[in-house]
Design a protein around this ligand. Structure first.
Ligand SMILES: [Zn+2]
Length: 281
């Protein structure tokens, strides 16, 4: 374990453009329930899952009704404002401050990276504290709209302050496509990075799961002198992929990742950051 932490720290220090992908494993360490685990939200309430599959269709068919229902029922994730970032979130924010980590691309909707003061965060599946225009993709803080008042005044659905389009939750619902700006930038980052650290996700939910696979395909060409003195062009992987997860994942098994550090992200990430600082001293 200690050796792998050292190795990850060295890989990070030697990288030119490192990014992190994060998933549910990071949030559960802050006490947020997952969806499909043994005590997950869907596992305990399959009916809620069935309804969740209808949500996007409802929005398209009748946005007013979508909002009425949304405002009338409590959030499935409970009171996210009371949840706090854990040492894993703070470690990634610190790694960004050192200039090593360029972006965090997260599957989580809980805003915990931003609250730990990471600046460059892509919310791949949206953010529970934001609203999004279905037409122009503009994001707004939920606080910018007094939704209960709009409801009382019969003015739902809310309208975009930029283009007048219909506003929905920023969170990406089942069967809803990932917003184009997010897919575009994530793919660009996956293509650009020379180090990817994947924290607390087995990356089996698509299209998010494409990101490590896209990165893996990238090769750089180097010239190698052969025994006969002729230079041969050799293609070598252009990216190092590190996994931090409680269990091995399909990425480990398919050889997409170079190595796995097994354990809790809230314990491993702070140790990696400590090692990075030691190396750079
Ligand atoms: Zn708009």
């Amino acid at each position: 374990m200690e050796e792998l932490i050292e190795r990850a720290a060295r890989d990070l220090v030697n990288s030119k453009y490192a990014i992190a992908l994060t998933g549910a494993g990071m949030s559960t360490e802050s006490g947020i329930p997952d969806f499909r685990g043994p005590s997950g939200i869907w596992t305990k309430d399959p009916e809620a899952e069935r309804r969740a599959y209808q949500t996007y269709h409802k929005f398209l068919a009748n946005p007013r009704e979508y909002w009425e229902e949304r405002l009338g029922s409590p959030s499935l994730l409970g009171d996210l404002e009371k949840v706090k970032p854990n040492p894993g979130h703070y470690a990634l924010a610190e790694l960004e401050k050192t200039g090593i980590l360029k972006w965090v691309i997260t599957q989580n909707i809980d805003n915990l990276h931003q609250r730990a003061e990471s600046k460059n965060v892509l919310d791949y599946h949206g953010n529970a504290f934001k609203l999004r225009c279905a037409d122009c993709n503009a994001r707004f803080d939920s606080e910018e709209y007094d939704l209960q008042r709009l409801r009382e005044e019969g003015k739902l659905p809310p309208r975009c302050k930029q283009c007048g389009g219909v506003i929905k939750a920023d969170v990406v619902h089942f069967r809803e496509p990932i917003p184009g700006d997010v897919t575009h930038q994530s793919l660009e980052e996956a293509w650009k990075c020379d180090l990817m650290v994947i924290c607390g996700t087995s990356a089996v939910v698509y299209p998010f799961a494409d990101l490590p696979r896209v990165a893996r395909q990238r090769k750089t060409e180097t010239e190698r002198k052969t025994e006969t003195g002729i230079y041969a062009v050799e293609k070598i992987p252009a990216v190092t992929i590190i996994e931090l997860n409680a269990e091995p994942t399909p990425l480990t098994e398919e050889g997409i990742s170079d190595y796995l550090i097994q354990g809790k992200t809230g314990e491993i990430l702070p140790r990696i950051v400590e090692a990075v600082k030691r190396i750079r001293e």
